[in-house]
Design a protein around this ligand. Structure first.
Ligand code: 5GP
Ligand code: MG
Ligand code: MG
Length: 183
């Protein structure tokens, strides 16, 4: 399957890689300002947040560190299961650290609510959330999201780290997956 074939499975590009980079630069500048004099630990949620963490930290001017967690939520379908399991835990101790959890997308927020209470119990100096994309449903979440890239419509999207069944993460744009792929 070549790159042209991958793009045949998309119905609409919502954000181009340039628009994503532009927004990440703005968020990075905001984080630099908000955390001036305090070193941030970005906690990326695998695998979707890989691109966000890579681009966000390179757009920052402050010192910054990263660590990773893997949790299960979606499986290979397009609906949140509500089942959250830690598949890979952090290597770092969060005690006294300024932590920003980095997500690719928040839909129901089920995954994140679980993660936040888990991380809060590890005694960080501060704990905030950055998500690249956010769906409307997330507004009903109890946890506060400090940094949002873009609010998007309630469609199943892929690209910029987001997958369908392990594929499409390598697309640089964020696009709506054509329903013919999964129906
Ligand atoms: P939530 O628990 O907020 O409902 O879902 C969290 C996870 O579900 C995200 O981190 C992401 O992995 C996956 N997810 C939610 N919406 C989408 C979507 O539109 N496209 C893709 N590819 N994954 C999604
Ligand atoms: Mg995620
Ligand atoms: Mg996924």
């Amino acid at each position: 399957m070549d790159a042209a074939d991958v793009r045949d499975d998309l119905s609409e590009v919502l954000y181009t890689s340039d628009q994503i980079a532009e927004r990440i630069a703005e968020v990075a500048a905001q984080i630099d300002e908000d955390y001036a004099g305090r070193e941030v630990l970005l906690v990326g949620v695998l695998n979707g947040a890989v691109m966000v963490v890579a681009d966000l930290q390179r757009a920052m001017k402050n010192h910054v560190q990263m660590d990773w967690m893997a949790v299960s939520s979606y499986g290979s379908g397009t609906q949140s299961s509500g089942v959250v399991r830690i598949l890979k835990d952090l290597s770092s101790d969060l005690d006294g650290r300024h932590v920003i959890v980095v997500e690719d997308i928040i839909d129901t927020g089920l995954t994140l609510s679980y993660l936040m209470s888990n991380l809060a119990s590890r005694n960080p100096a501060s704990l905030e959330i950055m998500t690249m994309f956010r769906k409307p449903e997330a507004s009903r979440m109890e946890v506060d999201v400090k940094y949002v890239g873009y609010d998007i419509p309630n469609k199943f999207v892929v690209g910029f780290g987001l997958d369908y069944d392990g594929r499409y993460r390598n697309l640089r744009d964020l696009a709506i997956l054509s329903p013919h792929v999964y129906s």
